[in-house]
Ligand binder design. Structure first.
Ligand code: DQA
Length: 144
């Protein structure tokens, strides 16, 4: 059975309340339910984490080494400047996919910079909650 760690970064606990035109009107609980439904249908073990703290995200990434087959991370605004999270991903040696609910290439110019993407296998941005399920699915392909 594949083991996947899903990390939701800061403010994603406010999904459904925070700018629904950009991030949709689903809550984090609803998103996690969709992830867990996918996990049980596909016999994948998923650990879900949400944190508003950079250090806590780094701790989770460090603990993932040898324990997970893949990581799906939405670093939220940390994507745009956290070299600390980038280094943790580089060090963990577990393939990592970055997901953003919104299309970070639209809107605010500062969101177009992504310091995490270069150390990930790939980045999914702008597909809403579906992006998380596609990221999970990636880990089922033989090359992943
Ligand atoms: C986000 C995009 C980030 O720019 C923003 O700071 C977020 C959410 C997304 O999922 O679209 O908090 O990561």
């Amino acid at each position: 059975m594949k083991r996947i760690l899903v990390i939701h970064g800061p403010n994603l606990n406010l999904l459904g309340q925070k700018d629904p035109t950009l991030y949709g009107n689903f809550t984090l609980e609803e998103l996690n339910q969709k992830i867990m439904d996918f996990a049980s249908k596909n016999e994948v073990e998923v650990k879900l984490v949400q944190s508003n703290y950079e250090g806590e995200i780094v701790d989770e990434l460090q603990k993932a080494r040898g324990r997970f087959d893949g990581i799906v991370i939405n670093p939220a605004a940390y994507a745009h400047y956290s070299y600390v999270i980038r280094s943790a991903i580089e060090g963990v040696q577990v393939p990592c996919l970055e997901v953003h609910i919104s299309n970070v290439h639209k809107g605010d110019a500062f969101r177009r910079k992504d310091v995490i993407g270069p150390v990930c296998v790939g980045v999914i941005s702008g597909l809403g909650w579906i992006g998380y399920l596609l990221a999970l699915e990636y880990f089922f392909f033989p090359t992943s």
